[in-house]
Design a protein around this ligand. Sequence first.
Ligand code: ADP
Ligand code: MG
Length: 600
Amino acid sequence: MRLHCHGLFLPLYSSPVKHIHFQCRHCSTQWSREHSLTLDCTLNPCVISASWLGSISDSRAPPIACLSTPLLIHNSTVHMTTASAPPETLFALTISDHSRVKLVLDTKFLFLDYLQPRTSSNIACFSPVACLSPGSAVDDESSQQCSIPYFNILYADVTPPNTTTSLINYGTLSLDYCIVTGADAPITANERKAKLARLAFHIDAQSAPAAAAFAAALMARAYNAAVGCIAQKRLLVFVNPFGGKGKAIRRFRAGALPVLEVARCKLNIVETKYRNYALEYVENTQGLEELYDGIVCCSGDGIPHEVFNGLAHRSTGPDRAFKIPVCQIPCGTGNALAKNLCGTMDPAYAALCTVKGAPTPIDLCIFTQNGKSSVSFLSQAIGLIADVDLGTEHMRWMGNARVTVGLLQRVFAHKSYALDAQVRIVHDSRDQIRRAHKKHTARPVTITPDSPDLDSSSAEAWPDLKYGDGTDDIPEDWVTLDTSNISLFYVGKMPWMAFDALFFPAALPRDGYMDLVTVDATIPTFEILSIMSGVAEGKHFESDHVKYYKCDAYRVTPTGQEGYVSIDGEKFDYAPFQVEVKKRLGTVLSYQPIYQAPAI
Ligand code: ADP
Ligand code: MG
């Protein structure tokens, strides 16, 4: 295989923004005026996934071309010409051992440029990212390059040469990182996955100081302190042995733990012993704010719900307590928090996101029932969704199928629900909602530790209820909805309610609003089924039979005999309740300050 790149590094691995696929010469593609790529395929058809940072339709030259993993070039020559400049070399180190690799730190990637052909005897790159499979010979002129985005890098360090013994006279520069796959697949596909990998290079005494400086420079780029991402986080890790039908511990140990350990996180792993164990632990542990950089829930959404409620009751006061960021490794049955924050169901990828996360403010809801307030970070449901979620517990043996079976049973039985609902509506037209969403997501998405974030308002206290506890008269500006015969009444604060349910595509982390979806029970059965089948990709947002509101408070009074109220998937009394939003009250550990959902 030969790779020739002119005026540009051709990294072999990246987490791209957009991608384009090229095929070999027989069907080569001239894909922009400034760039050309020719594949000279001598053997099998070769397929290259190439990615550009930036939009392909953008006529300005994108800065770097990247091939996404896995590398699928075999026995091919790539000629690439471009008008754009090579990546800026911020720091470079040439390893002088037999691998003769040049390591370059660019703005977004670590590049590895092998200056001499590598064979199985001198291969120093032990990673699947390596351009060559062991044993293959290469042309002398060839320059082989790999790249690893900083996001993927977990740890870099140097074991210095031991000069006191003649047996070992070289040290090691080792780079631990994750190979990420599926990052450019649609978010609905749940394909983002991570796998551990390591590169190691021999270093002699002379180059040890340079290697140590290089490792430090790489770490500074891998963990962007400017946005609050710190290395070697101290994490309180809850593992719910009951979660995910008892599979949570295995999922955590096999998928997430190795990534957290390789990143040298300092872990306090706590198994939950009973319901509300995590809540009590968080509420009562002294010095939690000083001890940890984050709380990781290896569970379904039940444990984050407990953690947020534990934080609310800490004696240090909610102001300080809610600053501890919370995140999730998807180990339960409902793992909405991880899906919204990382767009994945893969524990290893979620662990990478945890390692690379920074404290990020989010809105929380306060749910008040019978004079008692609790925190809801995700959703409130009454009607069909609560009924399917909580009324099918006896069918748990079916696994995820219980939701589908439970749903079909109720829809075909024409089950309807009756309640009174008064809502403080902010937007009720799709156009308004779309416009507000666009405006919110178009703003610069960087949160620094001391930046005022995307807007200037500060966090609101807890519970300090703006609209009371639900016993006062309804304020005049609240609207009474016609909910005497409904199917769905579902309120969410995040887009995804499960890995395959994009119920609230317009939900935003910090807009100060909840998204409310209602569906009348009077519409034909097939329409309800069609709405429910569109939820996987958020298509129901376009349906005329779905009412979609943005609101910041509401009250619900069930009028039927019996039923279910589900708060973040947990069962509450079938009794009147009131909910309001507290803007930016909570904090999550997130690698991006937005939720991982498609644009609306
Ligand atoms: P799943 O998504 O599988 O439902 P969750 O993490 O949401 O998993 O947890 C389900 C419930 O298990 C929560 O209500 C939580 O309070 C409860 N729980 C936590 N630890 C235990 C335990 N050791 N035994 C029984 N229940 C527990
Ligand atoms: Mg649960």
